[in-house]
Write a protein of this length. Sequence first.
Length: 290
Amino acid sequence: MSQTAGDLRVTSSGVHLSVRQHSAPAAGKPTLILVHGYPDQQDMWDRLIRRLDLDRLHVVTYDVRGAGRSEAPATRDGYRTEVLVDDLITVAEATVPPGASFHLVGHDWGSIQLWDVLARGNDDARLSGRIASFTSISGPSLDHLARLSRQPEGRRLRMLNQSLHSWYVYAFQVPVLPEMLWTLAGRLATRSRRTRWDREVVRNARNGLNLYRANVLGRMRVPGVLHTGVPVQVVHPTGDRFLTEVVLDDLGQACTDLTVVRIDAGHWVPRTHPAEIARLVTEHVRAHQC
């Protein structure tokens, strides 16, 4: 494992990932791994990290495959959550002392894939007993969503409302057109001098469409089983345009140690309310420090 703060590259399933340690590991210093969502990259955590006590936390971020400075896989199957779980394990093995525990924070698709990390932690020796806590922000478990869709009694209208909020998930399944629209959006942004959009966000967005195509519909048809004893904190922004309260239904049946925190904010709450999210994450880590 790397003993110092700074950038490094690791290889997972043939794809090179860009990893950053924002503080050096040390004995007794909890490790916090933050995983971004779509269509972001690891710098989306910068505002939050500036509010964390890096003298007391070993903080790690990385660009997920297809985003930022990480490579993109050659095929759609390279975006399946099983591979994303292996990416997280590879990053942990490169930055966390052998056998030591670590804390996880995910936003959007970062959170979605970390739910699968928790589920796999029951059977994978590389994860067993090592996940100290998880903070999920605006990214539900696909398995849990599939379960809710199979048990709609008492929530049919609310599930329909959630489907309307998730319209883009179905739109992203259409071949070619979403890529064209993202490219057009980048060109329009460039004309208005928002060059960062053209250079980074559009690439992330075009590549990341495969997250939806490789995972969502298949998991809805054949879900796995979610059950975890890891202490889970779900941060639910009440103004989220993409997720409604129904995603929280019956979540306590899957998580034996669950805390739900509602916050008056929108979907990108780590960017808009970094101090509050930093406080929630820090308190959760301290409460479950091994």
